[in-house]
Ligand binder design. Sequence first.
Ligand code: SIN
Length: 297
Amino acid sequence: MTFGKTTCRNFENDLKITKLTEHIGANIEGVDLSDPLDEATVLAIKEALEQNGVVVFRNQALSPVAHRDFSANFGPLVGHVLNRFNMEECPEVTILSNAVNDKGEKIGADRAGMIWHSDMSFVKRPSLGSLLYCVECPPVGADTQFASMFAAYDALSTEGKVRLASLKGVHDYPWHYRTYLSHRTPLTTEEEAKTPPVLHPVIRTHPSTERQALYVGEGLTRTIDGMDEEEGRKLVVELSNFATQPQFVYSHKWQPGDLVFWDNRSTMHRATEFDDKYLRLMRRTTILGDEPFYHPN
Ligand code: SIN
């Protein structure tokens, strides 16, 4: 099969998709992500992502360019809002790492996303999905945990669903940065100005599956619009804890060569701690999404 000058292999019928837990995560085998993919295979991966929230590909050898090109099959890419963490030669790819350069400066975002969140929920059009590739990782720790916000929504009481349907969360990156990232160089005035707080529905409807998902995470949702700040914060933390009960969570234990692709519209995630005697070097791409909405169904 050919597209223009590029020869594409048809992997669709070779894909083996295996669920990892009851509510979230699937492993996909039978595809080399550094090859150009045909449309049917891209569609099969998109469907597996939307059904399972997270898809895992093991044993991939991806250059930053190949990582970018695979990701671009699913929508336009946006780099990190902080340009300093994007690769100079491939700005759609962000480095997450504890490594330092010869000036002793961190080469990427270190300890990014250790509190439950959905990527870029602090902008008007948050990320559809993110793709994280492991170059090197510690032998212990540094797992990434993912929670199914579909499963969390389904487990709410009927009264809870009705009450939450009219609420909006306040997603606030400068607040997040001051609260959780005090080990980093503070945001500049320009960076703060690029990311004013935004409101998103607490329950969002997935644009493809039309399933409802909770859309609140302790890390980026500061409070609830219209509520007393502390009361709203209490509700955010309560919902975040509810959504991350073990039965809704898949924990990914990284190996070099893993590419994990998650749907930010139906999941949230967090990174976990590790010992700095080990190197962690990850590359991430982020796909632009739509403005979140709630449609009763
Ligand atoms: C993220 O929040 O996107 C990063 C997750 C990780 O580094 O494990």
